[in-house]
Design a protein around this ligand. Sequence first.
Ligand SMILES: [Fe+2]
Length: 226
Amino acid sequence: QGRRAAAGCPAGNSAKLVAPLGCLVSRQKHTLPDLPYDYAALEPHINAEIMQLHHSKHHATYVNNLNVTEEKYQEALAKGDVTTQVSLQPALKFNGGGHINHSIFWTNLSPNGGGEPKGELMEAIKRDFGSFAKFKEKLTAVSVGVQGSGWGWLGYNKEQGRLQIAACANQDPLQGTTGLIPLLGIDVWEHAYYLQYKNVRPDYLKAIWNVINWENVSSRYATCKK
Ligand SMILES: [Fe+2]
């Protein structure tokens, strides 16, 4: 997600033969991805003020803190300092998850979204949830029901070859914490809706279906089935 592998950082035994700092220096920082639409493009369903703050402040902070955490982690790794490595793991999960989740979320939305998916994804939704309406109802209920901050997800269970709905707390990334491959994420942190919908999370959930980019969700599904 917005990251290239560290160039010139060899794997395996040869890694021990080169100075660890060489890898540290060549590691590329994560960057905030551009939105594929304007901040006001999802209005009236999600207003420009929310989108601007959400992307340029909240997501940007996850990216910055992920870079800081990885730097500290690399230092601890180079020193063989396992205690520090362990103590950095919650920050890695939170900020790494925040970056992964939001990078997916922006592409899951579109000003030309809404409606229903087509083709293979729609067939799979009908097979695994009974109907599109039942699927929508279930993902809405799971997302509304997240206690505090978190995400509702449609994911793909590759082992069982079926779609699954899941809730994640905080910024726990779906695949890293459940193994499900993320297809569609709904951010239910208050920062995603409070400025427009106040405390009424169900109204935000009702509105977001109007801007779901089913082409993006379908192409994620096609990719993970390969
Ligand atoms: Fe968010």
